[in-house]
Design a protein around this ligand. Structure first.
Ligand SMILES: Cc1ncc(COP(=O)(O)O)c(C=O)c1O
Length: 414
């Protein structure tokens, strides 16, 4: 039997691809432990985008001249790379958006406004980022639908056993959840959630902003109806993101934005929409950025998504082990095998912003705040946390520097 093995990732070697690590911060080497907010970019992406702008740039789908054809090839080539990355059935299901937030709003507006109404229910989870929480809350309000939240347990895992109670005998129309939590790193059981949603006749909307950079997603087995993510968190540029949707649903939906490119014909009496995916891509898209996302996907595939996931599990395990040495640190979230490379914590008696500030002097960049998850912060009983998040270029020595930095924080401020 053929066995596929994935070579272990060499983060020390990969770091050489990222020019950002060449500069000192406050005279110290940079330990960038904030990849969940946005990732750093490898030379391969930076160089390819520069080359694209220098040699192949014009608007897409419009010109019959060489540059426009090259630009269209670059843009549509990236769409095919995204299709393969997600194992989607067709590029018609791959819509370029600005980022996960726009993809999720697209579904909430374009599907929600036409499909939700009084007596219907939209369910989100207590782990949601505001971008998959607020759109459903607001569209539910506008349509008269009910908006409900599935709670988590003390480990930061969804309380799946409460789904039937949360739904009651109401008409559940949509379940929206992230595949990976940006605050706790929890990997959520989307397949089970989607199966439950479908049994109820609801659609499943997945925020994959923290999943796509870190683990393989196969939309044909995930069970979701929509999946959204951002390029900038997965080594690609800002300004590009993806919404994948099931073709039957996308075909039925009204457009989200109106304007150029999304029409087939316009008359004063009426307008006909363009075919998928262009129906949802009004205006000039982020051409070079979509192209750059395609190069980032090449990069991640060359490293191996499985190797990245394994590397992050190891880092999460190491970070949890090392943080456990600090009696003044409270760590949130599930055990390492249930999370990606991300750890949220607080230092007793020290505000997270002060912690992050002192660490910055040490060249260690971490996040402090509510991470766009205020309902989750309420559940944890805190206003904010610190968060250290890892990626393919993170090395264990950076976690050691985090731990040493936290000892210093306690010494100075605690
Ligand atoms: C889980 C999750 N969803 C959505 C988003 C929003 O991403 P963007 O700002 O790229 O749209 C983020 C960003 O931090 C996130 O972590």
């Amino acid at each position: 039997m053929a066995v596929t093995t994935h070579p272990k990732l060499d983060a020390h070697r990969l770091r050489a691809d990222f020019p950002v690590f060449e500069q000192p911060i406050h005279g110290k080497p940079l330990a960038f432990l904030d990849s969940a907010v946005t990732s750093q970019k490898p030379r391969q992406v930076l160089d390819a985008m520069r080359e694209f702008y220098a040699t192949s740039y014009s608007n897409v789908h419009r010109g019959v001249y060489t540059l426009s054809e090259r630009a269209t090839e670059g843009y549509e080539g990236a769409r095919e790379k995204v299709r393969a990355f997600l194992n989607a059935a067709s590029t018609r299901e791959v819509i370029f958006v600005r980022q996960a937030t726009e993809g999720l709003n697209l579904v909430a507006y374009a599907w929600g406004l036409d499909n939700l109404g009084p007596g219907d229910v939209a369910i989100v989870t207590e782990l949601e980022h505001h971008s998959n929480f607020v759109p459903w809350q607001q569209i539910a309000r506008r349509t008269g639908a009910d908006f409900r939240m599935l709670p988590i347990d003390d480990r930061g895992e969804l309380r799946m056993e409460l789904l039937d109670d949360v739904a009651g005998d109401a008409n559940v129309k949509v379940v929206a959840a992230n595949l990976v939590s940006n605050s706790l790193g929890t990997i959520n059981p989307i397949e089970r959630l989607a199966a439950w949603a479908h049994e109820r006749g609801a659609i499943m909307v997945v925020d994959a902003a923290q999943a796509a950079p870190h683990k393989r997603i196969d939309v044909q087995t995930l069970g979701a109806d929509f999946v959204a993510f951002s390029s900038h968190k997965m080594c690609g540029p800002t300004g590009a993101g993806v919404l994948w949707g099931r073709r039957e649903l996308l075909e039925e939906m009204s457009p989200f934005n109106y304007g150029g490119s999304m029409i087939r014909s316009v008359r004063v009496e009426d307008t006909q929409w363009n075919e998928l995916p262009y129906k949802f891509e009004a205006g000039t898209p982020a051409i070079a950025e979509a192209y750059g996302l395609g190069i980032a996907i090449d990069y991640l595939e060359a490293v191996g998504l499985e190797a990245i996931e394994q590397h992050e599990h190891e880092l999460a395990e190491y970070a949890l082990e090392r943080l456990a040495e600090l009696p003044f640190v409270t760590v949130y979230g599930p055990p390492p095998e249930r999370r990606v490379g991300l750890v949220s914590f607080n230092v007793d008696g020290v505000h997270p912003h002060d912690v992050a500030q002192v660490l910055d002097w040490e060249g260690v960049a971490i996040r402090a705040g509510h991470h766009c998850c205020q309902p989750l912060m309420t559940r944890l009983g805190v206003a904010a946390t610190n968060r250290a998040s890892f990626y393919l270029y993170t090395v264990p020595e950076e976690i050691d520097r985090l731990v040493e930095g936290l000892r210093k924080v306690k010494e100075v401020l605690g």
